[in-house]
Design a protein around this ligand. Structure first.
Ligand code: CA
Length: 699
């Protein structure tokens, strides 16, 4: 009887709990993440699984069938800021983040919105802390919860079923210019998250939080503190690679995007960002490698204990972050099987490292590189040209790649069948000119590099030449041979991350507004769809009830469109933000694209040349990194030349007092006088009249 009672209660318990478990939303755990290939229909984590290969085993959509791919459903977002997120799809539900950290859950088949969570960012306060748009790259899922990092530095856990917040932890000091744009990763019940801000004088770190409680478990600083205070032996050792009083300036080294995990080796890999300020003379007396800037660091996920590092750019001062996406794969190199880690960081070299030890295996440039003469195969160090160190060489250096990188955050994908890695690249140069009047400023980037000096000349002929030398490309890279297998040129130098599939396809959204499927072996375009907006986010694939889908967050934004608008004039910058989902035979349509020509009707330019010059100088300190070099926008934020008469009338209220802070346009009254704001206005009006004259000359 006793036995029966127990047996019954077990049975009853099973009957009561099992169906719930089976239906629990986002019930992701270690087993599922390690065995992700056994459930090819799901996209469980940021890079699909811990290897971050972004390779979908699905092949219903393949070279033969892709011509029949059509829109299944779409969802329109109410923001015009950038979309960079990778959607997760878990057991029929899709989870995505839009601009300003809003999280959405959709029925992955019908597109029905299940819930929406808005963490209500104070946009006016956060706006000046963002180098590169109000973006987020996605959520992480773990045992019924979703995790999202916010632009104001919170890490928030949500109930995956309802979208209700369960806990929220502040991971940054809000008095400093930190922000989170990256997706969390989850290892053994710990949520790993870093942050950004290395353009603003912060000290980088990444941390682990308990997934259930939100309690911080450990933190790894990427830059040593003042040696008089530093207690961590690893950072005491690292401090020998620094000079001067770097800790007073932050030092940089933010871990703002890439991570990967090898469960067999139990190593978590984290990509580390650039120095702060950029200029090494100011940051570190022009000396030293400055560990762990621009490095890949391997740590134990349980404790944060340091295991190894590889520094891609010793002594970096070009914003050459190593935060770009990392892929783990097993490759045969010189006849030997190697467990490798691959990265194409901003500095222009494609790296293959031994992920057990961090040993350099190989590295070749994937775009034109002029700051180094290759990499020493024995030491793994780049042969940096002395003149590239503009801060100590005493003269400017026109570098390739630019601070936007030969490749940036846009994720790569790896197809084990072709053995190729697919990623978007950029040929672009940038003049690094040391800022001789450097002083730490609020509400703007602090680089130690003159953005006024680096701004494009107003001469249209020079601008045309610079633009002609700036190109985008989709590259299929052979990591064993370290050379390009094929490539496709793109007129816009800012394009999307990639998805590889077992159907032999590579999918990529591009700056001209097309989602394209390429033959993974040859690069031949097999299908494309006009998504009505430039795209930068990476696509994913999933299946529900035996039907395969392709999904992409379609929206224009990020660093290049914000800063160098003149170089993306071929992009589709209307920014109609949508989630687009495709399937074979999909027949859904988008509403007709309405593009209204912008009216250029500026007040007449009456200010003195002196005032305009002052306005230009101040504009390139406080305004250009969002509204664009030389007052030419790349389509995300308003092109000020086209401002309405109303905006010119209320200029002071907007710029000084924050009339439009709800859009992320902060009040700059603490750093700009009314006279300076008026000088900026005079410069913008002058640039608007330049454009008006150019347009009239063409007619
Ligand atoms: Ca940076």
């Amino acid at each position: 009887m006793q036995f029966n009672k127990q047996f019954m209660s077990v049975l009853l318990g099973a009957a009561l709990t099992l169906p719930n478990l089976a239906q629990a939303a986002a019930a992701v755990d270690t087993e599922r993440l390690i065995n992700a290939d056994q459930e090819p229909g799901n996209w469980l984590a940021h890079g699909r699984d811990y290897t971050e290969q972004r390779f979908s085993p699905l092949k219903q959509i393949n070279k033969q069938t892709v011509a029949d791919l059509g829109l299944s459903w779409s969802y329109g977002f109410d923001s015009t800021r950038g979309l960079e997120a990778t959607p997760l799809v878990i057991d029929g539900t899709m989870y995505v983040t839009g601009s300003w950290n809003v999280v959405y859950a959709f029925d992955a088949v019908t597109g029905e919105l299940k819930w929406r969570f808005d963490p209500k960012i104070d946009r006016g306060a956060v706006g000046p802390k963002l180098c590169c748009d109000a973006v987020n790259r996605g959520v992480a899922a773990w045992q019924g919860k979703l995790y999202t990092g916010t632009l104001d530095g919170r890490l928030i856990a949500l109930d995956a079923e309802t979208g209700q917040p369960l806990w929220s932890t502040q991971t940054t000091d809000n008095d400093q210019y930190y922000s989170i744009t990256g997706a969390p990763r989850i290892v053994k019940g710990k949520v790993m998250i870093g942050n950004g801000g290395a353009e603003f004088g912060v000290r980088g770190y990444f941390s682990a939080y308990d997934a259930d409680s939100g309690k911080m478990l450990w933190r790894f600083y990427t830059v040593p503190d003042d040696p008089a205070k530093e207690t961590n032996p690893v950072l005491i050792e690292a401090s020998k690679t620094w000079a001067g009083e770097w800790w007073k300036l932050g030092g940089g080294g933010t871990a703002w995007d890439s991570m990967a995990y090898d469960p067999e080796l139990d190593l978590l890999y984290v990509g580390i960002g650039n120095g702060s300020p950029w200029n090494r003379e100011i940051r570190s007396n022009g000396e030293g490698d400055n560990l762990f800037l621009s490095s890949i660091v391997a740590v134990r996920p349980d404790t944060g204990e340091y295991v190894w590092h590889y520094q891609t750019t010793p002594g970096e001062e070009w914003d050459y972050t190593a935060t770009q996406h990392m892929i783990l794969a097993d490759l045969e190199v010189d006849g030997n099987p190697r467990k490798v880690l691959m990265q194409a960081p901003k500095n222009g070299f494609f790296y293959v490292l031994d992920r057990v030890t961090g040993e350099f295996i190989s590295g070749e440039n994937y775009v034109a590189v002029n700051w180094a003469d290759g990499i020493d195969p024995t030491t793994g160090r780049p042969n940096i040209k002395p003149e590239a160190h503009y801060s100590s060489a005493g003269k400017p250096f026109l570098a390739q790649p630019s601070p936007f990188g030969g490749h940036n955050w846009q994720p790569m994908s790896f197809n084990p069948n072709t053995g190729l890695v697919y990623f978007p690249t950029r040929e672009m140069a940038f003049p690094y000119i040391a800022d001789e009047q450097y002083q730490v400023k609020s509400m703007t980037v602090n680089l130690g590099v003159s953005l006024l000096g680096a701004s494009l000349p107003e001469d249209p002929a020079v601008r045309k030449a610079v633009k002609a030398a700036t190109k985008g490309r989709l590259v299929a890279w052979d990591p064993v041979a370290q050379k390009e297998a094929w490539g496709v040129d793109m007129p816009v130098p800012w394009n999307g991350g990639t998805l590889s599939t077992a159907g032999g396809l590579v999918f990529q959204g591009n700056g001209q507004g097309r989602l394209v499927a390429y033959d993974a072996a040859s690069g031949e375009p097999l299908w494309s769809y006009h998504g009505q907006t430039g795209m930068v986010a990476p696509p994913i694939s999933y299946s529900v009830n035996g039907e395969q889908y392709i999904a992409i967050m379609a929206g224009w934004g990020g660093a290049v469109p914000l800063v160098v608008g003149p170089l993306v004039s071929e992009a589709l910058t209307t920014n109609t933000n949508r989630l687009l989902v495709f399937k074979l035979g999909g027949k859904a349509t988008l509403p007709e694209l309405k593009v209204t020509a912008k009216a250029l009707n500026p007040p007449s330019a009456t200010a003195t040349a002196e005032t305009v010059a002052e306005g230009k100088a101040v504009y390139h300190i406080y305004c250009s990194s969002c509204h664009g070099d030389s007052a030419v926008s790349g389509g995300v934020l308003p092109d000020l030349r086209y401002a309405s008469q109303h905006s010119f009338d209320y200029w002071e209220d907007i710029v000084v007092n924050g009339l439009k802070k709800g859009n992320g346009m902060a009040a700059f009254g603490s750093v700009l006088s009314v006279e300076q704001a008026d000088a900026i206005k005079a410069y913008v009006i002058k640039r608007a009249n330049d454009e008006l004259a150019a347009q009239k000359a063409k007619q």
